[in-house]
Design a protein around this ligand. Structure first.
Ligand code: DON
Length: 577
């Protein structure tokens, strides 16, 4: 009797110990969490999140060797140009946001494309004065002066520690030796073949002889691109803007009625700009200033949302989505009128991102009733006057962070490769407003401030963002998606801050999008059917359709880094150490 008693109490004691050990691990060590939630990737020192495994591996290797976040970001930028050619590029442009731990400074590099000197306001209008989409999206005229090489090399020179040669090494190796095509690349090349056929140089590189697409597992070698990358490694960015590559671009343009000249290339400069800054429920938000509209409107919408108790309304409930949609409509209406290249006209950044203006908009929002887009117009401010992009996030062991979004605009840009260079040209000129009120490829309308003019930068939605908490980076995020970039970034931020999601949940959660015009609420498949019905009863035209955005994010909490690659594009990889 006493023995069996002792045995059963021993068993009980053992059980208690086991439960408490498992709970301790479950709660305290994020590497061993057992909750039924989507799990982010976890690391202790440094992390990289990109849409491509080769890029992630190349960036991570730099970090392991002691390089900083800028070194890794530049390496990733060049590697994506080879391994992820639908969006990674040398012939496009973008924006980089950098947090420097030593000086506690957030800064941004604007390497957005510019209109060539010979561009003019009405260059995309046909004889009847209508916007000619073929011309602005699929012709040689659709290309702006590329900024990527200037932007990446400027970042490395000013804030990096490794040589340009080292940063380019993985890209050169991948381009010259080739790499096995994955399903995603093979499929996307099949999809765009019809358009690619207009460029023999593109066909020669991305398809087999006879025009067949590479299947999964077959090797894609890009010899011409390897040559261009080597030029840059050996002779610096000058080779692109004023050397052997520039020569090839200039003569190709001349022979084919393009506008970009050697003068345009020579005078292109990437510029450092002060990020836009805001505050949301005690977090500091830094994002991209004009010529991107992204940062301004992320902050404007957060300012509006801050005045509603979203967490008590619940994630993706009809009430929350209604408030989101109302905030989105006001922001996109303002975008259509007030945003453009700050080097050409003053942009009312501080007015648009002020708490006062957000209060003015909040007072117009009824939590129960929808405001049709026709009743919303761009704010009367007191003034002096999206299919392919890619985002990546990096954090290093020194506490620095980089948030970078860059693009060719569409998948493979204009689909036109400059012969002998392997460089695909962007079709970013379509982001200008070809005519007031005439929508671009993402349905976004614009006016005077975004009209085409020589050497002007076209308005963007790219929103690389860094959220700070207690003086250090809390969230690094961004996304592709044209006009949906801004609302994707917004929802990642509120999912984490208002709805207490981990970064994987915040990324996976169903997204919605409203951009004022057209007056419809887009939602991803998976939004609760009852919620959809309530929204429809309220008067929303809910359109359930394609996925919205592809976020690549890193979050820092206490001692750990947590990251997530968006499952909406399955080739991504987040990794750390
Ligand atoms: O700069 C912009 O806003 C657009 N050119 C971005 C295009 C884009 O995100 C397409 N990707 N899905």
């Amino acid at each position: 009797m006493p023995i069996s008693l002792t045995l059963s109490s021993l068993k009980f004691l053992l059980l208690i110990i086991l439960i408490s050990i498992s709970q301790t691990f479950g709660q305290e060590d994020p590497l061993y969490r057992r909750e039924a939630r989507f799990h982010p990737v976890v690391a202790r020192s440094a992390m990289v999140a990109t849409e491509n495994k080769y890029a992630t591996q190349a960036g991570l290797q730099i970090l392991k060797e002691g390089g900083n976040a800028v070194d890794a970001a530049v390496t990733i930028g060049f590697t994506l140009a080879v391994a992820y050619p639908r969006a990674g590029n040398l012939g496009g442009g973008g924006f980089m946001l950098i947090y420097l731990a030593d000086s506690h400074q957030v800064l941004s590099i604007d390497y957005r494309e510019k209109a060539p000197v010979d561009a003019s306001r009405d260059m995309f209008l046909d004889e009847e004065g209508k916007a000619d989409k073929e011309k602005s999206r699929h012709s040689i005229l659709s290309a702006g002066i590329p900024g990527t090489v200037a932007g990446l090399t400027l970042a490395l020179e000013k804030y990096g520690t490794i040589s340009l040669k080292r940063a380019l090494q993985p890209a050169i190796e991948l381009a010259s030796r080739g790499f096995p095509v994955d399903l995603e690349l093979s499929k996307s090349l099949t999809q765009v073949k019809g358009r690619m056929e207009s460029s023999q140089a593109s066909m020669d590189i991305f398809y087999k002889k006879g025009g067949e697409t590479y299947s999964e597992g077959e090797t894609l070698i890009q010899k011409d691109l390897a040559w261009s990358l080597k030029q840059i490694a050996d002779n610096g960015p000058g080779s692109f803007y004023n050397g052997a590559i520039a020569k090839k671009i200039d003569s190709f343009m001349k022979q084919n009625g393009g506008l970009i000249t050697s003068h345009d290339l020579k005078s292109y400069k990437a510029v450092t700009r002060k990020p836009v800054q805001g505050e949301y429920r005690g977090y500091k938000i830094y994002s991209m200033p004009p010529p991107s509209s992204g940062g301004v409107h992320v902050i404007q919408m957060l300012n509006i949302l801050e005045q509603f108790p979203l967490s008590s309304f619940g994630h993706n409930t009809a009430k929350t989505i209604h408030i989101l949609a109302e905030a989105m409509k006001y922001a996109y209406a303002d975008r259509s009128k007030h945003l453009g290249d700050p080097d050409f006209s003053p942009i009312p950044v501080s007015e648009l991102t002020s708490k006062k203006y957000a209060k003015f908009i909040k007072d117009k929002i009824d939590t129960e009733k929808i405001t049709p887009s026709r009743d919303i117009s761009p704010g009367n401010l007191n003034l002096q006057e999206g299919n392919n992009t890619t985002h990546f996030s990096v954090m290093d062991r020194y506490g620095n962070a980089v948030s970078n979004t860059y693009t060719l605009n569409f998948s493979y840009g204009s689909k036109i490769t400059v012969p002998g260079t392997g460089i695909l040209l962007n079709n970013e000129m379509d982001d200008f407003s070809a005519k007031p009120g005439s929508p671009n490829a993402y349905g976004l309308v614009g006016g005077k401030l975004n009209a085409i003019a020589p050497e002007k930068r076209m308005l963007s939605s790219m929103s690389p963002t860094i959220v700070m908490k207690d003086g250090r980076p809390f969230l690094i995020t961004g996304s592709p998606g044209g006009g949906r970039i801004i609302t994707t970034v917004l929802q990642i931020i509120i999912n984490v801050i208002d709805f207490d999601m981990n970064i994987s949940e915040a990324t996976n959660a169903v997204r919605v999008h409203h951009q004022w015009l057209p007056d419809e609420l887009k939602a991803e498949k998976g939004l609760n059917e009852d919620t959809v019905n309530i929204l429809r009863e309220m008067g929303y035209r809910v359109v359930i359709g394609n996925t919205i955005g592809v976020a690549e994010s890193i979050m820092q909490k206490e001692k750990y880094l947590y990251g997530a690659s968006d499952p909406r594009r399955p080739g991504g990889l987040t990794a750390g150490y």
